[in-house]
Design a protein around this ligand. Sequence first.
Ligand SMILES: *Cc1c(COP(=O)(O)O)cnc(C)c1O
Length: 463
Amino acid sequence: MTSNPVAAGAGAGAASAARRESAVRAAVEQGLIEADQPVVGLLDVAGIRSAAAELRTAFDEVVAPGTPVLHAFAVKAAALVPVLRLLADEGLGCEVASPGELALARAAGVPPERIVLDSPAKTTAELHEALRLRIALNADNPQELDRLGALIEPRGEAASRAPHGQVGLRVNPQLGGGSIDALSTATATSKFGVALQDPGAWNRVVRAFTERPWLTRLHAHVGSQGIPLELMAAGVRATYELAEEINAAVGRRQVDTLDIGGGLPVNFGSEEFTPGYREYAQALLTTVPGLFDGRYALVTEFGRSLLAKSGTVLARVEYAKSAGGRPIAVTHAGAQLATRTVFAPESWPLRIAAYDAAGRPKPTAPGGLLAQDIAGPCCFAGDLVARDRPLPQLAAGDLVGLLDTGAYYFSNHFAYNSLPRPGIYGFTTDGEEVRFATVRSPQTIEEIVTESGGDYAGGLLDL
Ligand SMILES: *Cc1c(COP(=O)(O)O)cnc(C)c1O
């Protein structure tokens, strides 16, 4: 972990750092962050567009011309309608996993043929709605296939061109986990999909397809942060081999689409975007050459890798104190925004940037950097986003930036202490002027009271 992230990086990384530095200063100048709004989320629109373009290009380079490829952004990584619209403008779709996420994708204007529904716990009503809307969906298990059969087959729609969306089955190649247990979806006992290496499972899946002509896709999402590229590629290979076997068994190309999931890890240690989409696409080309030869349409479901590097949490230092010899900066960004980092600091370290009250990078004092704890506003002792971190000495009124937080941080609020969801602003800059657009306005105290049962204040007394 670099202690001075502001200075790190070269090329695209340096350009993105420069945009961020301009945006931080402008956020102060334009009053987005101030005493009453002591924390905001900032999103770099150029960074998001460039990540989306890199993803498209990486696959365009390896697929046979004319192969349909849908890049469906995993909405849970940044469940923000304007972000989904921006990505749709870049040609992406949405991977959704709940009625709420589906509603966000629709509110963003994403067309049904670019939406994929995955969730391990879809209700019958959700399945019915997905079929009605003609969005694609991936069933998680045999019971769900039976429910789908009951919805699809009586309507006589088992014929070749079904008027419902495409239906697939999620499989778990059981290849093992990565360095973060909670995000390892391909372990032997993972809760997701049909466990392919369980006794008899492979053959049962082949049979499930032969009995259901409307089942046309296979889906695997082998992991997320902490999973090596080779393991991801091996999971895709197992899925591809299963598709080949199913198609051989039924004697036609029934499986016509492979959904290879997301999971490209993010480099939280520097400005660099590594591993890149190109590296992953090349790993797939080496491990599963047949994947790209045009016989299968492809779906990807990347989340964090598309957004993480483009997001910054900017928070004011309210107090700078000291306890037991340890300097502590008490800021307004803690577990409510950086939930994973606070609860699992070993797995989710974040780079922290130090700014003065005007949003300029804080210079290092002649004495050098000072190891400090960066604390949040939540009322529990563990609410620290960094421990013993060498940084320029912070003072009350300064700002800290939590870098690479565009995915799964400020967009995945944790409502501890009834702390409000902060405002989120997208920015662009031409090098001189920085322009902001509201992505989400800050939650108001009135909204918190309403969401917390304010309309039913006396409800428990009336029982
Ligand atoms: C979360 C999730 C993704 C996205 O994972 P990232 O690590 O954010 O790329 C894709 N597909 C499924 C099914 C998921 O649950």
